[in-house]
Design a protein around this ligand. Structure first.
Ligand code: PLP
Length: 458
């Protein structure tokens, strides 16, 4: 194909590819596949020349726009030197430098970096490390994990087991380890008269009671600090993190913070844990780590955990986990370039200004809408929960798939929105302009009106 069209690429793809998180039959008519030729800044462009504003940072990974010149240059330079080499027995400057920088930026006490190749893989690493730590330190009974309702930690079997989004998990249950699930501190589910911090305190007390009776069996609590992104962008008060951290310390249980989606400035601070001033025992990072360029993840942990694995080889207590692409130099180079952009642009400060504009624009468009139950925001994540009845908060029947009206309308207006069930959300790259924010919010509002008016979408 010399100058392929959308139609030609669609046909080639649909003949051979199986896409992620997709009922492939939907690509017949409900959601035509969109072939992308290139990206620039917040814009993606298809083969027929149509442009789409990437309002969700391509599944929450992109930070500085597509084809960012500085990151492109850093990756190209590394490409000339060393695209990849094995990371057991060998090292290279990008990985060593990145580990050093991450340990400086992360909450105090996280001194060690273990590299993996996807968010899910980093969850597997943290879960295995926590379990293995207790084996190595004479507490072999500590084998269970506590997870929150509505949480998401990825799709590999261990990560799926410690998450609880039923849509992704239910069918695989016979394959999954058993976990202890406690209710999420989700502020949307507050009782009448309860503030977000009240719910957070009530839920933390419930979690603490589980630890009080079962800590001897529990290796770790795993949670997504501040925002359960895949769980429809539900948010909670930072006090929850503080109380859970204290309870974990008191009962000798690890805390695993999954900041795969919220890390790297999404919530207003570089890491969400900072807003509660807590250091987890394991911090999982991916998505924004490479600014949306290359697949990589990292688990940061404490020196004291590292030391429990440090011994003579014949003791056989080392962490013998690996991935072929561990510490990939191209990914590390992209990550280092991204951290440089944070410094050069004072991005956290700039993001606060953008977040103000985004929040204001969203409230202007959606406040008082008869089908909007809540508008919530944490930094550059803004979500609009829509319902069929604002008073009772009754939702539309999921079979009607009303969000597809919004998805299709937005694409027709040149915006990539991808509502999660009954939640429209914005999570744009950090280089979006005010005008682009206004466009994305306006288009979302039109989409919601259409979804309410038109009925079932598929
Ligand atoms: C995306 C995500 C994961 C999984 O990461 P993958 O790279 O898709 O495997 C895990 N946890 C959270 C919070 C995520 O948002």
């Amino acid at each position: 194909m010399i100058h392929p069209s959308n139609a030609e690429l669609r046909a080639l793809d649909l003949a051979h590819v199986w896409h992620p998180c997709t009922q492939m039959k939907d690509h017949e008519a409900t959601m035509p596949l969109v072939p992308l030729r290139r990206g620039h800044g917040v814009w993606l462009e298809d083969y027929d020349g149509r442009r789409y504003l990437d309002a969700i940072s391509s599944w929450w990974v992109n930070l500085w726009g597509h084809a960012n010149p500085q990151i492109n240059a850093a990756v190209s330079q590394q490409l000339e030197r060393l695209p990849h080499a094995m990371f057991a027995g060998f090292t290279h400057e990008p990985a060593a430098q990145l580990a050093a920088e991450l340990t400086t930026l992360a909450p105090p006490g996280l001194n060690r970096c273990f590299f993996a190749d996807s968010g899910s893989a980093s969850i597997e690493v943290a879960v295995k490390m926590s379990f293995h730590f207790w084996q190595n330190t004479g507490r072999p009974g500590k084998t269970r994990f506590v997870t929150l309702s509505n949480s998401y930690h990825g799709e590999t079997l261990g990560a799926l087991a410690v998450g609880s989004v039923e849509l992704y998990k239910a069918i695989y249950r016979p394959l999954l380890m058993d976990v202890i699930t406690v209710p999420s501190p989700d502020a949307f589910l507050a009782e009448p008269g309860e503030s977000p911090s009240d719910v957070a305190r009530r839920r933390a007390a419930e979690l603490e009671r589980v630890l009080a009776t079962q800590a001897d069996d529990i290796a770790a609590v795993i949670l997504e600090p501040l925002v359960q992104c895949a769980g429809n962008m539900r948010m909670h008060d930072p006090i929850y993190l503080k109380l859970v951290r204290d309870a974990c310390t008191r009962y000798g249980v690890h805390l695993i913070a999954d900041e795969i989606a919220v890390g790297f400035g999404r919530t207003g601070t570089l890491f969400a844990c900072e807003q509660a001033d807590v250091t987890p025992d394991f911090l999982c990072l991916s998505k924004g780590l490479t600014a949306g360029y290359l697949p990589m993840s990292v688990v940061l942990t404490r020196e004291s955990i590292y030391e429990a694995f440090y011994d003579e080889y014949v003791k056989l207590n080392a962490f013998l986990h690996s991935h072929s692409y561990s510490g990939n130099p191209l990914a590390c180079a992209a990550a280092l370039a991204s951290l440089r952009l944070f410094r050069e642009r004072d991005a956290l400060k700039a993001n606060r200004v953008l977040a103000d504009h985004l929040g204001t624009a969203t409230r202007r468009s959606f406040d008082g809408h008869p089908n909007v139950a809540e508008i919530r925001q944490r930094g550059l994540i803004v979500a609009v929960e829509f319902v069929s009845d604002r008073k009772t908060r009754r939702t539309f029947d999921w079979r009607e798939r009303r969000h597809l009206h919004i998805y299709r309308h937005a694409l027709s207006r040149g915006v990539l929105l991808r509502p999660l069930g009954n939640v429209i959300y914005f999570m744009p790259p950090y280089v979006i302009s005010y005008d682009e924010i206004d466009l994305m919010v306006d288009v979302a509002r039109e989409g919601l009106d259409l979804a309410v008016r038109e009925g079932a979408a598929a």
